[in-house]
Design a protein around this ligand. Structure first.
Ligand SMILES: Cc1cc2nc3c(=O)[nH]c(=O)nc-3n(C[C@H](O)[C@H](O)[C@H](O)COP(=O)(O)OP(=O)(O)OC[C@H]3O[C@@H](n4cnc5c(N)ncnc54)[C@H](O)[C@@H]3O)c2cc1C
Length: 569
């Protein structure tokens, strides 16, 4: 059988493997700018890179994500080989531990920076226990557990603000003489403008796929044919140079306008002025320290620079600490232990497609499967995710648009995730675990440490006020103010949008549980003031919307005819 482009290119760069110390480099640590790879002599180092189709098939991951991870891993292998590092690239039919155990016997004990992902840590645990793998500190983070603990002394509640102030002060980033630049730690209040077309939205760079990336594209299309999502190799940064191109573009085209339009939504652009770097940050193709330093030193307005720094130095680090401190929400600080799903979920793929997710059958039952993650449900939400999240038209223009964008790109910015997808799912009473699994498979930047806090905590309030202050729910007025989605909708945001009825219904349904939350005092008062007839109508519309979407049918305004009804089910 002829060897492929990647195997040939790697063979052409092969170096003498003897006499080297070996590192295991997981798929999400593709950097030589930190850790042992940054310090040790390339000619004394070897790296082991593992491709595990079993892992890729564990959930119905978006094809763009699979291609992104594989293309970056393979290019990283070639980049390291070009530096003189010996590269052992293996494709394993099973778990990572199963692939690494024989290699540790052959090459001697391996080292690895402690993985960010809990699933990988659990996979590798037996090797660590046996001494075959030594975990060294992960040097890609900007903050430590000490920072997290110091920010919340004496059981103070976990809140982004306290953490962010602490790490700004400790790191000196955007600080002058011990004070925050501009006199305030946050310019959030100024960063809430809708976008009406000016300045023009930033256009993300395109990349020319080389033979290695094209080969990955073919592999993904053939081997992972069951997986959802479009594959667009031209949108995929695969090499170290591509990562640099993306970041240069983000600095130039996005950061100057990042702040004011941070919360805006538009049909004209999935990007607006967001940087699209999360997938590369999470693979360490771009380093958080570097992007934060570049933005802090950029000439952009302070509100934009601060807005970006808050996301990366603040939110990104904060959610990772919350994930670790709770062992992925299996152990909450008040002693509660949410139930845990027995097996990895598919985010509703099986119901949508009418077929069971074939991962187990294909893997031959060999590898150890992890559990399916914590299943908190502070508000008792337990409904299935409606087929609309898999592409069945819902009749809600905002939801249909964002869902189509995600299945096309594997990307969406924060507000589409929070105020459209999570908002609608929360108002519909969707099981937060199933929603988290859906986000995990649909987004190219999703890994347990980041997707679970964002969905179970911020997106759905399934963890109560563990680390966020309130459920981020809103009616159609918010979506209409911040976006142009409503213009293309059969419903009117002022008259009959079901999202508004769902919102009022949500507030009255959960009033008892939410009472006492200062940030909800006003909405709860407004909900309580609604006349009995309005409440009755809210309940009826909410029940109709839930039932219709659960059947995979399209919502149609009363009196309008629906030529498409049921087409997506
Ligand atoms: C329901 C929901 C699910 C999410 N799932 C993920 C996920 O799976 N992976 C992921 O990386 N981010 C996730 N986020 C956070 C955030 O939406 C994305 O990081 C961001 O939209 C990525 O786009 P960008 O690179 O253009 O970000 P920008 O808007 O340009 O922001 C810059 C960077 O800040 C970081 N950041 C911003 N907000 C967060 C946050 N809340 N948590 C962690 N990092 C943050 C990201 O690294 C991002 O690249 C989620 C948010 C929500 C509300």
């Amino acid at each position: 059988m002829s060897r492929g482009a990647f195997a040939r290119a790697l063979a052409a760069r092969a170096v003498e493997p003897a006499g080297r110390r070996w590192l295991f480099v997981p798929y999400d640590q593709l950097t030589d700018a930190v850790g042992p790879l940054s310090r040790e002599e390339p000619r004394r180092l070897g790296i082991v890179l593992v491709e595990a189709p079993w892992k890729a098939a564990r959930r119905p991951y978006h094809r763009q994500k699979l291609a992104l991870v594989l293309a970056n891993l393979r290019h990283f292998a070639l980049e390291q080989a070009a530096r003189g590092v010996a590269v052992r690239h293996v494709v394993s039919p099973g778990a990572y531990a199963d692939a690494l155990a024989p290699l540790a016997r052959e090459l001697g004990p391996l080292r690895c920076m402690a993985p960010a992902e809990r699933e990988l840590r659990a996979d590798l645990a037996p090797l660590v226990a046996s001494g075959a793998l030594e975990l060294v500190p992960h040097e890609g983070w900007l903050t430590t557990r000490d920072d997290f603990d110091a920010a919340f002394p004496r059981g103070r509640r976990w809140r982004l603000d306290g953490f962010y102030r602490h790490v700004r002060t400790r790191s000196g980033i955007l600080m002058q003489a011990g004070k925050p630049e501009g006199g305030r730690f946050s310019f959030d209040a100024e960063n809430r403008r809708p976008w009406r077309g000016v300045p023009p939205a930033a256009t993300p760079p395109r990349f020319t796929p080389d033979a290695i990336t094209r080969e990955v594209g073919t592999l993904v299309t053939e081997r992972f044919a069951d997986h959802p999502g479009s594959l667009d190799l031209g949108a995929l940064p695969a090499t170290a140079d591509d990562a640099e191109t993306l970041w240069r573009w983000a600095l130039r085209a996005c950061i100057p306008h990042f702040g004011p339009f941070e919360d805006a939504l538009s049909t004209a652009s999935t990007t607006l002025f967001h940087t699209r770097i999360s997938a590369l940050l999470n693979l360490l193709r771009l380093l958080p320290a570097r992007v934060v330093a570049d933005v802090a030193a950029a000439g952009a307005p302070l509100a934009s620079r601060e807005g970006f720094v808050r996301q990366v130095l603040g939110w990104r680090e904060f959610v990772r600490h919350v994930h670790e401190a709770t062992d992925g929400f299996r152990r909450l600080p008040d002693g509660t232990r949410p139930s845990v799903a027995a097996a990895p979920g598919d985010g509703g793929w099986s119901r949508w497609s009418g077929r069971p997710w074939p991962a187990r059958a294909r893997a031959g039952g060999a590898p150890r499967d992890p559990d399916g993650g914590a299943r908190p449900a502070h508000l008792g939400a337990a409904d299935a995710l409606p087929p609309a999240f898999w592409g069945a038209p819902s009749g809600l223009a905002c939801l249909d648009r964002v869902v189509a964008d995600v299945w096309r790109e594997g990307y969406g910015h924060h507000i589409t995730r929070l105020m459209v997808l999570s908002n609608v799912a929360t108002l519909l009473g969707v099981d937060a675990r199933e929603l988290a699994d859906w986000f995990w498979v649909a987004y190219a930047d999703a890994y347990d440490w980041v997707v679970e806090p964002n969905v179970l905590g911020m997106g759905t309030f399934a963890l109560g006020d563990l680390f966020t202050t309130k459920p981020y729910v809103a009616g159609a007025a918010y979506v209409n103010r911040m976006s142009d989605y409503c213009g293309g909708c059969a419903f009117s945001p002022k008259r009959d949008c079901p999202i508004t009825s769902l919102y009022w219904r949500f507030l009255s349904e959960h009033a008892e549980r939410l009472r006492g939350n200062p940030r909800l005092a006003m909405p709860l008062r407004s909900a309580a003031r609604r006349a009995p007839a309005q409440r009755k109508r809210d309940a009826e519309v909410a029940a109709w919307a839930r039932a219709t979407l659960a059947r995979g049918e399209r919502l149609v305004p009363p009196g309008a005819s629906d030529v498409h009804a049921g087409s997506g089910s």
